[in-house]
Design a protein around this ligand. Sequence first.
Ligand code: ZN
Ligand code: ZN
Length: 231
Amino acid sequence: MTVKADLHIHSCLSPCGDLSMSPRAVVERAVELGLDLIALSDHNCALNLPALETVCRRQNLACLFGIEACTREEAHILLFFETCAQAQEMGEFIYRLLPEIPNIPEVTGDQVWVDADELILGEAEKLLISGADISLEDLLREVRRRGGLFIPAHIDRPVFSIPSQLGFLPNLDYDALESTVLPCPVPQYGLPVIQNSDAHYIEDIGKRWTAYEMEAPGFKGLKKALRKGRA
Ligand SMILES: [Zn+2]
Ligand SMILES: [Zn+2]
């Protein structure tokens, strides 16, 4: 089947994400738009993923468990996991590597995590948009150890992308590349190029998306589709 997926959506846990972006609101909007597969990928943190899992089960929507990690190079990488537990473990690992810079909600925005019914459960203390003290290569190794997918985010952007930070895209073992524009302006090493909304507001969900051919929407299907998509 053709699966319409938006795999880069921020929730109210990201300081730049709107407070209305609860997992419940995100999933309701995704269902309304007819998306078949979504992922939440908050900055350096996985605390809203248990709520995503519950709401997706209720709404019968397939999801992946994502994190948008920021490395020492200040490059953003999308990480996807099959289970919520894997992503949470990775999220805890990355959070520990963030500098001890506190988030000041009045300045940078709220970083709240919630349950499936939008009850606020807590606030992440460290500023989540900082770079974690880990290199690209070490992050890749840690993600592989946990069975996750590793996809450089918005590689066309002039900030917070691998090319913007390093001046080029090193040829590592990526699963795909994410670009906000097509054709993708940097060398792709034969990798599939995917598009996602990077939504921070409800109205932006699904503004960019990718169609994949897979048996059923989910992690295994995506992994297979990306491997097949390699030129
Ligand atoms: Zn980003
Ligand atoms: Zn993002």
